[in-house]
Design a binder for this molecule. Sequence first.
Ligand SMILES: *Cc1c(COP(=O)(O)O)cnc(C)c1O
Length: 232
Amino acid sequence: MLKDNLLEVENNIKKSCEKSGRDINEVCLIAVSKTKPNDMLMEVYNCNIREFGENYVQEMVDKVDSLPKDINWHMIGHLQRNKVKYVVGRACMIHSVDSVRLAEAINTEAEKKDIVQDILVEVNVAEEENKFGFKLEEVEDFVKQISKLKNIRVRGLMTSAPYVLNPEKNRTYFRQLKQLCVDINRKNIDNINMDVLSMGMTNDYCVAVEEGATHIRVGTAIFGARDYSNRQ
Ligand SMILES: *Cc1c(COP(=O)(O)O)cnc(C)c1O
């Protein structure tokens, strides 16, 4: 059953790529598995998915420790500095970096573990009050401030667009994020060369792919609706 959901998502990605003249290999599908049990993740794993996204640190740690080692885990949820130590090294990429202090904490932990941690800068493109992330015009300054940190690598930008009934309404936000990425690369900031755009969720991933997403984060369309009633 999850296999059918996955096939539908993959087919939609293919169509969006055809529509916009993109190569399907440029788009990485991250299966967002928060709140979902391991057997459901394994069902998707057995359909050849190796990229999974999680929001909550403890849940991610439990899953990393009990599921196959060839899974690439993406931390996509808001991250507190006191939990950085559990995520650095476990996550292939931290999508939700939204402050200098968090970037510094990740850098310090990565240095301790002698690794370079890939990160994305979270951008609140629509300037929604209930969301984390920088405003578009703050991003360049932020990137400059963290560009000298040796144990993180800024791979690109991430956004969660507003929840809308008509995904076309988010096209402008995806386009703005892509443009910001191009603009920042043109500035030739030392150590900064961004090639990742993490944008698009169940509701709007087709539009995001058309606008240049390299990573889409899809939960509900693969795993079904989430039930939060068991969370403390
Ligand atoms: C939960 C979540 C997703 C997946 O959302 P769906 O609408 O279920 O596809 C993607 N990105 C982030 C940051 C999330 O928290």
